[in-house]
Design a protein around this ligand. Structure first.
Ligand code: MUC
Ligand code: MG
Length: 395
């Protein structure tokens, strides 16, 4: 086999039901990969323990095939989590990854993975390339990515991430999200501030949304294990469904001590950006659940994390890397495709805070649920005039 031919196992996996179409496009190749930086403001900033975001300074990634099909995804720079910036993502894709994968077979995802993994780090750049290739495969075969990935169900329960603000303001936002979209699951950002401030916010939200709503907290490593332990016991009356990354995973022994006291799942998020990290952290007792973020593991490695979590017998939740519209569509397609992720609420709604969208059609949340768009590939189209307007590389 040459490196530009699709490996047979991958073709066989994809072929179920799509045989004739697949045969027609078997020789499709990756013809080009482009990274387009853009900036869309948020209506209000999202503040959390490890950082803050007021503009979606993301990177659209487009993979064009030798058949002229274009697959699209986006990369989200999160310097406080993975060290990538908007310009480092563009440079990694244009200068390093594109030259190493152009010419590979479109269906040779494992070849692509092997090539990009020769460079360490850059999880968001790698993830966006992977998802754009899956989109191009879906469009080539005229099948949705959601079906290609597993097609488990057609909708997910939405959870919304609430940033730092005064208790009354956070509670009012939660109520508004319930009244307008039916959302009844809320992740509250905590950590770094005085503990009583976080406790006041959690109590205000619980009081405002009632006992039926799901509430959980994310510390983004902002507490010590001792502070987190104190906060958890003082939050007993709030009824937390799970807790996330409350203290640094590098505080190895105190983190394990904290996790052992926890009566609800302790979710690892930024401490598990790769399948190997999931194995290491779970087996060492540093967490009892994991977040899956397609923004950092694409679809190919998100499948690995979901399978690993299932094998280890721990919950896996669809997290949110403060996703824009494109990544939200990717998170939805993935989360609804797998049985293990579909059983939990998925963080899909923070795109609501963006001032504008690059997509031609809206995403919609009704009754607290988001339905999969069942078109070719990821099922969305880019509005070219909007991309032209918001891109920052053609001034
Ligand atoms: C989260 O769950 O931590 C904040 C930083 C990041 O990378 O993702 C967000 C949300
Ligand atoms: Mg988190």
């Amino acid at each position: 086999m040459t490196t530009t031919e699709a490996p047979e196992a991958t073709l066989a996996n994809l072929a179920g039901g799509y045989g004739p179409t697949l045969a027609m496009h078997e020789s499709a190749k990756i013809a080009s990969v482009h990274a387009i930086p853009y900036a869309i403001p948020y209506r209000k900033p999202l503040n959390f323990a490890s950082g803050s975001i007021s503009v979606a300074d993301n990177v659209v990634v487009q993979v064009r095939t030798s058949d002229g099909v274009v697959g699209t995804a986006e990369a989200l720079p999160r310097p406080y989590t993975y060290g990538e910036t908007q310009s480092s993502i563009v440079a990694a894709i244009e200068d390093v990854f594109a030259p190493s994968i152009v010419g590979l077979g479109l269906f040779a995802r494992e070849q692509v993975r092997a090539r990009v993994d020769r460079t360490v780090g850059n999880p968001s750049a790698k993830a966006a390339i992977d998802m754009a290739i899956w989109d191009a495969i879906g469009r080539t075969l005229d099948v949705s990515v959601h079906k290609l990935l597993g097609g488990y169900t057609d909708s997910l329960t939405v959870s919304h991430m609430l940033g730092f603000a005064a208790p009354a303001q956070v509670a009012a936002e939660a109520v508004q999200l319930y009244e307008r979209y039916g959302i009844q699951s809320f992740k509250i950002k905590v950590g770094r501030r005085p503990i009583q401030d976080d406790i006041a916010v959690c109590r205000a939200v619980r009081e405002a949304v009632g006992s039926q709503a799901e509430i959980y907290i994310d510390g983004n490593r902002g507490w010590s294990a001792a502070e987190a332990s104190q906060a958890i016991s003082r939050l007993g009356d709030v009824g937390l469904a799970r807790v996330e990354e409350l203290c640094p995973a590098d505080d190895v022994l105190s983190r394990r001590w904290l996790v052992q006291q926890c009566s609800v799942p302790f979710v690892a998020d930024e401490s598990v950006p790769t399948p190997a990290d999931v194995t290491r952290e779970i087996l060492s007792g540093a967490a009892t659940a994991v977040n899956i973020k397609v923004a950092r593991t694409g679809f190919s490695d998100s499948l690995r994390v979901a399978n690993l979590a299932e094998g280890l017998g721990i919950p896996s939740n669809i997290g949110n890397q403060i996703d824009g519209h494109i990544t939200t569509a990717c998170s939805l397609a993935f989360g609804a495709s797998q049985r293990v992720t579909a059983r939990h609420s998925a963080e899909l709604s923070n795109y609501l805070d963006l001032e504008d969208s690059l997509l031609t059609g809206p995403l919609s949340i009704e009754g607290g649920e988001m339905r999969v768009v069942d078109g070719s590939g990821l099922g969305f189209e880019i509005d070219e005039s909007k991309l032209e307007h918001y891109r920052i590389d053609n001034a």
